[in-house]
Design a protein around this ligand. Structure first.
Ligand code: C2E
Ligand code: MG
Ligand code: MG
Ligand code: MG
Length: 281
């Protein structure tokens, strides 16, 4: 890094900002190529019924390894995809791939394979794309029923143009899909939306779950979310369950579902299907 003699700090700062912009630009260029070239994959992480341990669903999570063999984390490329608008084609690809995978699992099972798949929708995507027709097209292309798909939204999607988002959510419900509020409790303090919008599931953010057994404040927040969900007739999924003790405590507190490394990490489609066939038979 270059340093000017007089205004060293400013120049270091500008060089960093420039590097960051350049880095982002190259991620964007490579990501565009990856989407077009079919270099993205979906991994699937099980969501289990905490009472029985059965897998009820899988969350589809996008994975990207560059052509140089470097894996890039979603925490890095999703924000770039959102800023550049690439989240629209990426999201369409993820929805289509999830529906295709579910159809393949049903064929392998010779019947309804018994699980649903959850797909993440970014706020930017919800505002920029025609989401309901996009989801409907993916379902139709692979002969999958809407009730087999959960769509995970974040609270940030509700901040701008809430009326439009409400219409979109009702249109998605009209397709038979389940709607889940992802990372619940981290995004938005106005809870009035919960009574107005057709939300089926609250996903309790991992930050409240990790370490909650040794933290009275976290337990209090988790309890509050669980009783809120119960009062509003919504189901709950706890994210980030890494230990048996956490799973048992959450089940005892009345949480319906759990997801985390205790059950499995996100897995390639074939491994996810094997796990399903193993666990749920
Ligand atoms: P998310 O939707 O909240 O997904 C859960 C994240 O938590 C995943 O990270 C998953 O690997 C991680 N996780 C699950 N269980 C555990 C656990 O027990 N411990 C820990 N430490 N982590 C756990 P991942 O795959 O890195 O994805 C990060 C975020 O990127 C996702 O958070 C989601 O917001 C976004 N994302 C990933 N794929 C897509 C996509 O296709 N579309 C959109 N719009 N966003 C996506
Ligand atoms: Mg999610
Ligand atoms: Mg989440
Ligand atoms: Mg999260």
């Amino acid at each position: 890094m270059k340093r000017a003699k007089k205004s060293g700090r400013t120049e270091v700062y500008q060089t960093r900002a420039f590097d960051l912009a350049r880095q982002q630009f190259s991620i964007e260029t490579e990501l565009r190529r990856a989407i077009d070239g079919g270099d993205l994959t979906l991994c699937f992480q099980p969501i289990c019924d905490l009472a029985t341990g059965r897998i009820t669903s899988f969350e589809a999570l996008t994975r990207w390894t560059t052509e140089h063999g470097v894996p890039i984390s979603p925490a890095e490329f999703i924000p770039v995809a959102e800023e550049s608008g690439l989240i629209v084609p990426l999201g369409r690809w993820a929805m289509d791939c999830a529906a295709r995978t579910l159809a393949a699992w049903d064929r392998a099972a010779g019947d309804d394979c018994g699980v649903s798949i959850a797909v993440n929708l970014s706020a930017i995507q919800l505002h920029r794309d025609q989401i309901a027709p996009m989801v409907e097209a993916a379902l139709a292309a692979h002969g999958v029923e809407g009730r087999r798909i959960t769509l995970e939204l974040t609270e940030s999607a509700l901040v701008t143009d809430p009326d439009r988002i409400a219409r979109t959510m009702h249109a998605l419900k009209g397709l038979g899909t389940t709607l889940a509020m992802d990372d619940f409790g981290t995004g938005y303090s106005n809870l009035a939306y919960l009574q107005k919008l057709p939300i089926d599931v609250l996903k309790i953010d991992r930050s409240f779950v990790t370490g909650m057994l040794a933290d009275r404040d976290k337990i209090a927040i988790v309890r509050a979310i669980l009783s809120l969900a119960q009062a509003l007739g919504m189901r709950t999924t706890a994210e980030g369950i890494e230990t048996n003790e956490l799973a048992q405590t959450l089940a005892a507190l009345g949480c319906s579902y759990g997801q985390g490394f205790l059950y499995a990490r996100p897995l390639p489609a074939e491994a996810a299907y094997s796990l399903l066939a193993d666990r749920n038979d």
